[in-house]
Design a protein around this ligand. Sequence first.
Ligand SMILES: [Zn+2]
Length: 162
Amino acid sequence: MGRVGLQLRATLENITRLRAEGEDFRWYLKLKCGNCGEVSEKWQYLRLMDSAPLKGGRGSATMVQKCKLCSRENSIDILSQTIKPYNAEDSEKFKTIVEFECRGLEPVDFQPQAGFAAEGAESGTPFNDINLLEKAMGYRQRKFCLLNLNTGTETSLISGLE
Ligand SMILES: [Zn+2]
């Protein structure tokens, strides 16, 4: 388990600082129980603004969830300091844009949706609410993958947009 990084590779065109914007940005994930292997059917989202208490006064986590199958209480955290913009100079390369601290809940799939922001590479013009699920102005080809940072294994490769 441990840390899982979400990596992005994109071809940016005249934009830079492509990033997940704000405390309310929703990271849509499918989460797997590390105890029994059950994977959530629905997309679930994590937001920086969310916090739930852990049992027994052991602090809090972004999401605390009891597994439907094995009843284990699992949790996962967004590590806020790891959220990074994808810049013009990162174009064509995989870059980790966020890391999750996994305690029993591990992301196995990711769906980019609305809420990304960027700015013009030369002009600095802000672009808000970019939806990376669709083809949009400013980027070609984007692909995400999840990488277990402790073991170095790719846990999932999400199909890209060409
Ligand atoms: Zn389970």
